[in-house]
Ligand binder design. Structure first.
Ligand SMILES: O=C(O)CCC(=O)C(=O)O
Ligand SMILES: [Fe+2]
Length: 301
């Protein structure tokens, strides 16, 4: 069986059918690997993978990033329901994480080592909303004029989950655990060169703030202006999930976000995150501030 590839209506992305990801032979993997580099995002409808099969497929792309540090849970449920079936309350950490995912981001850019690839599958989907969207930051870079490209070429930004969750309305205590830096914030160039394709892309999103050498206000204006322009058609694609679908995307050159839905309806997804390569996804350490304008002092550190 030869897989069939159908590009989606955007500057990136394709759907792949006639393929069985649970029983992928080497020829099948070679096909997926090449298509992934060409399209940056692949949708595989109706695969219905078990958690183990999703993890095994994920490992083809690289080492799994442990989302629950110290625990061997390679693929994690992203569910708005607790184990007893009740709905998460707004003051719960996971509820806030899920709402935070509704802002454009690239995964783990707030970690010293950012993620390079992510996989997401749908188990239970709400009747309306709850789609996932991606945006092509290569095409966004290409769409800037030379003056704009020159203006940002040498700049870097801090990335922090304290910052992005505060912007989403959730103030997180210091020492909150996974993803919350305890020394300097990771500092990353605004322009990233893809290690495989060599293409440049904008490396921005909700975790990015505070550009060294610029005021907080100017940083905010620049970053939000870039994000607004970047995440526009034809550079975005929205996937309306069916249970059993799995999507894999390239965090090195795409942003993504979840779309809102009625949170009284169940939405159960399963996520696998692939660690970046130290040669290309490791950040340098930036200033010791948790959010825009926040500088720890003896009193509040
Ligand atoms: O739930 C979604 O649609 C997006 C989740 C997400 O941001 C992720 O899996 O990294
Ligand atoms: Fe994400």
């Amino acid at each position: 069986m030869e897989p069939t590839i159908t590009p989606v209506d955007a500057s990136f992305g394709a759907a792949v059918t006639d393929i069985d990801l649970a029983n992928l032979d080497e020829a099948g993997w070679a096909f997926v690997e090449a298509a992934f580099i060409d399209y940056a995002m692949l949708v595989f409808p109706g695969q219905d993978l078990t958690s183990e099969a999703q993890t095994a497929f994920g490992r083809r792309f690289g080492a799994i990033e442990a989302l629950v540090p110290g625990m061997d849970i390679p693929s994690v449920p992203l569910s708005n329901r607790k184990a007893d079936g009740s709905v998460l309350a707004p003051d719960e950490h996971l509820f806030q994480t899920l709402r935070g995912n509704e802002g454009w981001h690239t995964d783990s850019s707030y970690m010293p080592l950012a993620s390079k690839v992510a996989l997401l599958s749908a188990q239970v989907v709400p009747p309306e909303g709850g789609e996932t969207e991606w945006a092509d930051m290569r095409a966004a870079w290409d769409a800037l004029d030379t003056d704009q490209q020159d203006e940002i070429a040498g700049l870097s930004a801090c990335h922090s989950l304290y910052h992005s969750q505060a912007e989403a309305g959730y103030v997180i205590e210091t020492g909150a655990g996974y993803g919350y830096h305890d020394k300097g914030a990771p500092l990353r160039p605004l322009v990233k060169t893809h290690p495989v394709t060599g293409r440049k892309s904008l490396f921005i999103g909700r975790h990015a703030y505070s550009i060294p050498g610029m005021s907080e206000d100017a940083s905010r204006k620049l970053l939000s202006g870039l994000l607004d322009v970047a995440c526009q058609p034809p550079r975005i694609h929205t996937h309306r999930w069916q249970p059993g679908d799995i999507v894999v995307w390239d965090n090195r050159c795409l942003l993504h976000r979840a779309r809102p839905y009625d949170v009284s309806q169940p939405r159960v997804m399963r996520a696998t995150r692939i660690a970046g390569d130290p040669a290309t996804e490791l950040a340098t350490t930036g200033p010791d501030k948790r959010a825009s304008g926040f500088v720890p002092s003896a009193a509040n550190s």
